[in-house]
Design a protein around this ligand. Sequence first.
Ligand code: XMP
Ligand code: MG
Length: 179
Amino acid sequence: MSKEIHLIDKDFVPYISEEKILSRVKVLSSQIRADYGSNNVLFLSVLNGSFMFTSDLMKSMNGEVELSFIKLSSYEGTSTSGKVHELIGLNQNIQGRHIVILEDIVDTGLTVQRVITMLQMQNPLSIEVCTLLYKPEAFKGDTAPKYFGFKIPNKFVVGYGLDYDQLGRNFNEIYQLKD
Ligand code: XMP
Ligand code: MG
């Protein structure tokens, strides 16, 4: 049994075990393979948080897949434009491709919506979202992610790629903020 962890000023309790994560990852990879059949899927993994989920999902996928890593960076624009968001790392043509975006967590959904909007400008054939964690109570988007590992309540979690102020990504299971 794993123990509580302490990061900076907060305590976290074990929430989703490695075993549970890996068994859901297997289900997700089978679902995706069944849905896309022999079509060539291009997975776009959104760094940094989804690196561990991406690794396990890829190890569980059968057949041919392609994988690229992308990142959403944001910087202050001029006062009229406000925050400017830029997609970095995408150095291939996605026109006519089936895209599956890999995320660690969909919370309000704003981040993944920005990624979708920017990818749509390049006319892919389809775009779906596969996220390990999904917080339906916090979600403000129109369409829920098609593939998700676990629906979780609106509470902060770390581990398995997810961070608290850049710490905690290394843990092989998911921890929830202690009350
Ligand atoms: P949304 O969907 O709200 O998510 O745009 C934005 C980003 O916030 C991070 N996030 C979390 N990170 N534990 C984390 O470690 C959490 O519980 C959590 N909720 C949101 C994450 O980087 C996501 O991409
Ligand atoms: Mg983060």
